[in-house]
Design a protein around this ligand. Structure first.
Ligand SMILES: Nc1ncnc2c1ncn2[C@@H]1O[C@H](COP(=O)(O)OP(=O)(O)OP(=O)(O)O)[C@@H](O)[C@H]1O
Ligand SMILES: [Mg+2]
Length: 368
């Protein structure tokens, strides 16, 4: 039985779903149906139970069902470590999305303390070969699962960096203008770097003791220019102050955690992730998600809610079976999608099945 799980999920005017209610029973959920039926939309709705933009990084307004565009709402009954919470997040057409926790207005960031959600989606299949942005976001999502305040630090850092960049572009040279904003960036930046390093250490430790069919990755946090990762606020403050002239020429900030990158090496072969086969790259991602879940189960008391969109893509039948076994052993509530039921054959009755067959009416059929 999962210790952290969505027990009931209700979507209102969310993407293709006019109204849908899904009940769960503690088992993982396997969702299948044809292209365009609304499977990923369900996972996206769950991702909105955590802070941020969700698994497609869509703008809040894009989630409103067309043609009505009356806004949207996702509500859930969440069970977390023996407590039950009512979560609700909605968008009414202007401003940002709002959050209610047990009926009380709460900041979005408060969701992160209750619903720890991580995901793998098909665009991440290219995570290792594309730019650092995606890898940084992936790492930050894992970091948030361990340390929910990581999301807050990231927001503070980005907000103050935008302010600094504006001053650089305006050609402001007076150091007194930079002091406060750089100090804020340095404090948040140091926390971000430390959270990321701790996350990597925690996941590496979990990998080292796990019995798993998935490949271990040697992980390091690296910097865009291969310079050292700056871990303390004082060092960051100095780096920002020293870099003003250079940054002014560039028109943006060139040092700091927004330039960090996650480096992974397929350990047993000693090959960088980017040079592995497509299936091996996917297996590395799955491996990190599973290690994250193992570590979180120990540290927090429950594995995170895991969203695996098109779980079968690039995984052969043996690896799929191994993944299902490991998810079940972890007691994690995984929400998985695939186009056909046969992708879940090896799961058998260890999952609850939902067949989604019509994008227009959002027909979701529980399979008994
Ligand atoms: N705001 C919206 N309003 C109404 N429909 C939308 C909205 N956004 C997306 N859709 C539609 O929702 C449908 C289902 O999308 P979804 O991505 O969930 O499909 P899927 O079942 O995951 O399909 P696939 O197997 O191709 O991944 C799509 O046809 C899409 O056009
Ligand atoms: Mg999909």
């Amino acid at each position: 039985m999962a210790h952290l799980a969505v027990r009931q999920l209700t979507l209102s005017h969310f993407r293709s779903h006019k109204r849908a209610v899904i009940e769960t029973d503690g088992r993982p959920i396997a969702i299948y149906g044809p292209n365009g039926a609304g499977k990923t939309n369900i996972l996206e709705a769950i991702s909105m139970l955590s802070p941020g933009r969700g698994l497609r990084r869509a703008k809040t307004a894009e989630l409103a069902r067309v043609p009505e565009t009356v806004g949207w709402k996702v509500s859930a009954i969440l069970e977390s470590l023996g407590h039950t919470h009512e979560l609700e997040t909605s968008f009414t057409g202007d401003g940002s999305r709002t959050v209610l926790i047990d009926g009380k207005a709460a900041p979005q960031i408060a969701l992160g303390r209750l619903a720890r959600v991580v995901w793998l989606v098909p665009v991440m299949d290219r995570l290792w070969v594309e730019g650092a942005d995606g890898r940084r976001r992936f790492l930050d999502r894992l970091a948030m699962s361990f340390e929910p305040s990581h999301g807050e630090q990231t927001l503070v850092y980005e907000r103050s960096m935008r302010e600094r960049n504006r001053m650089l572009k305006d050609g402001i040279t007076d150091p007194s203008w930079y002091g406060a904003v750089e100090s804020q960036m340095a404090d948040a930046g140091a926390m971000i770097a430390q959270n990321r390093l701790q996350t990597i250490a925690r996941i590496s430790a979990a990998q080292a003791i796990a019995t798993t069919s998935f490949p271990a990755a040697s992980l390091t946090l690296v910097n865009a220019d291969n310079s050292e990762i700056i871990e303390t606020a004082d060092q960051l403050r100095d780096a920002f102050a020293d870099g003003r002239r250079r940054d002014m020429q560039a028109g943006r900030t060139l040092v700091g955690p927004h330039r960090d990158d996650l480096n992974a090496i397929y350990a047993t072969k000693d090959v960088p992730a980017a040079q592995c086969s497509t299936g091996e790259q996917k297996a590395l991602l799955v491996s990190l998600i599973l290690s994250n879940a193992r570590a979180l189960a120990q540290d927090f008391g429950a594995a995170p809610i895991i969203l695996l969109d098109e779980v079968g893509a690039h995984l052969d039948a043996d690896r799929r079976a191994a993944l299902y076994d490991e998810i079940c052993a972890l007691g994690a509530q995984a929400w998985m999608t695939g186009t056909g039921a046969e992708l879940f054959d090896s799961l058998g009755n260890r999952a609850k099945y939902l067949m989604v067959d019509d994008g227009a009416t959002s027909a979701i059929h529980p399979i008994p």
